[in-house]
Design a binder for this molecule. Structure first.
Ligand code: AMP
Ligand code: ZN
Length: 486
């Protein structure tokens, strides 16, 4: 045991759930791979920032002092992850007749707006790749001094043959790779080698380019994360997060170049999120990953323009475990919004019962909630590898339980919101369908009767509600009340 409540996390390195123990007692260093800012993030990308947000809030509640770094990739990410093709930033600039710098700035701003709308707390440090060229060059020099690099006609490469542990994170079979899938080799010696520095093309001037000991050019995509993570968090740090597509290439390469340079372990816990997909609910083979290059993407802005509360999307994300597919559809989003509004209605009821409406400014006590309380149970759900669907169920059940006092329900709502950030005290969207307190009370009694399989009583209460002009709709998560139309 490591204190009153253990946090377990699934570590991609070991493919196991492990009890989290930080390197430095009381502190946690957390790095989150951030966006490439040549276009808007799609809602799939945004999913990959929700689970680190819940993680940092959970860690903070457990009493850790968390430093979270999220990088902004504004140079060097090529259209193919294998060091070929155009730089995504320069390509976007050419297409739109704007400068790469303007594009980076605009999409960084829009990304931050998306984070805000999703209740994702701003990371402590948000370094840009273009602001850390010197650090990247220095890291490449260290690798060069240790014999891990070679120069080719178009750049400086990391020689993966010199790093025997290469590919452990992804369980890569280097020999299989050698014979296997065709890889566009370009100038590299081995299929798994990757660019550390690329030269500007002869005779052409890039918008983003810098001098280096090897020639004018720009950093490869992976080196930025190693250089910035180690600058802000140290050569070994606690947790690194990203989408699972990063396991075989980007994170594999980050490990090789960081550990090659320092001779120490780079990251202690690697956490990877599963994709948001379209389709495939009954047959996972049919699920299509949402992707910028797949052309099937949706932005958060479109969700908002359809009249949804962006936090309904956050609810949808939290209602799937981060290591499982999230099957997106508009119906699923509608269902999430209904469930979220149901929660807010229950919270309003609790505050009404307490006579505390309009008095929500109380500060939340710090420290761990008392063992045996619902707050404790909800935190324990999150401590089990961020089991957010379970936490939501715990919250719904307790808010509907007539034997939980109004004070407890109100405190629970504030506690849950500090971890899940669902705007539980935002009642603005409830205004048009506000049921009077006695109707809410009847609905709560009916739900309790239903839970107790007391069907006669539950039907009677349903009829009574209908006579008073309110329809009850049940769903997996609970019920909602709607005024009878006409
Ligand atoms: P990018 O801006 O392309 O560098 O990607 C930002 C983040 O989104 C990375 O952590 C990716 O792994 C992640 N990502 C990309 N596509 C999806 C998806 N369909 N679902 C969830 N995460 C994704
Ligand atoms: Zn990264």
């Amino acid at each position: 045991m490591h204190g009153p409540m253990n946090l377990t996390l699934f570590n991609t390195l070991t493919r196991q759930k492990e009890v989290f123990v930080p390197l430095v007692p009381g502190r946690v260093s957390l790095y989150t791979c951030g966006p490439t800012v040549y276009a808007d993030a799609h809602i799939g990308n945004l999913r990959s920032y929700v689970f680190p947000d819940v993680l940092r809030k959970t860690l903070a509640r457990l009493g850790y002092q968390v430093t979270q770094v999220l990088n902004i990739t504004d140079v060097g990410h090529l259209t193919s992850d294998a060091d070929q093709g155009e730089d995504k930033m320069e390509a976007a600039a050419a297409k739109r007749g704007e400068s790469a710098w303007e594009i980076a700035e605009r999409y960084t701003e829009r990304f931050l707006t998306d984070l805000d709308r999703l209740g994702i707390a701003r990371p402590d440090v948000m370094p840009k790749a273009t602001g850390h060229i010197a650090e990247q060059i220095r890291l490449i020099e260290r690798l060069e001094e240790k014999g891990f690099t070679y120069r080719a006609e178009d750049g400086v490469y990391f020689d993966t043959e010199q790093f025997p542990e290469y590919g452990q994170l992804a369980r890569l079979d280097k020999d299989g790779l050698r014979e296997g899938a065709r890889v566009d080799m370009g100038a590299k010696r081995h299929k798994t080698d990757f660019a550390l520095w690329k030269f500007s093309p002869a005779g052409a001037q890039r918008q983003m380019e810098w001098d280096s000991p090897w020639g004018r050019g720009f950093p490869g995509w992976h080196i930025e994360c190693s250089a910035m993570a180690m600058k802000y968090l140290g050569e070994t740090f606690d947790i690194h997060t990203g989408g699972k597509d990063h396991i075989p290439v980007h994170h594999t390469n980050e490990i090789a170049q960081s550990e090659g340079a320092t001779g120490r372990p780079y990251v202690r816990y690697w956490l990877h999120g599963e994709f948001l997909v379209l389709g495939g609910e009954s047959d996972p083979e049919q699920a299509a990953r949402m992707g910028k290059s797949e052309g099937n993407f949706l932005r958060l802005q479109e969700v908002v323009e359809r009249g949804f509360d962006p936090l309904a999307y956050r609810y949808l994300v939290l209602n799937s475990h981060y290591r499982k597919f999230l099957h997106f559809s508009w119906e699923a989003l509608k269902g999430a919004e209904t469930a979220l509004l149901g929660l807010r209605r229950l919270v309003r009821q609790a505050l009404d019962d307490l006579g505390q409406m309009g008095n929500q400014g109380e500060s939340l006590p710090t420290g761990l909630p008392a063992a045996g309380s619902v707050q404790h149970e909800l935190l324990a759900d999150l401590c089990d590898d961020l089991n957010t669907p379970k936490a939501l169920a715990t919250l719904h059940v307790a808010l509907k339980n007539p034997s939980v006092s109004a004070q407890e329900r109100a405190d629970l709502a504030r506690f849950a919101d500090s971890l899940l950030s669902l705007g539980l005290m935002d009642f603005s969207r409830l205004a048009d369908v506000q049921a009077p307190p006695e109707v809410e009370e009847l609905a709560r009694q009916r739900w309790a009767a239903r839970q107790a399989k007391n069907w006669g009583e539950s039907d009677r209460l349903r009829d009574e509600l209908q006579e008073r002009g309110w329809l009850v709709k049940d769903s997996k998560e609970g019920y909602t009340l709607e005024p009878v139309k006409g």
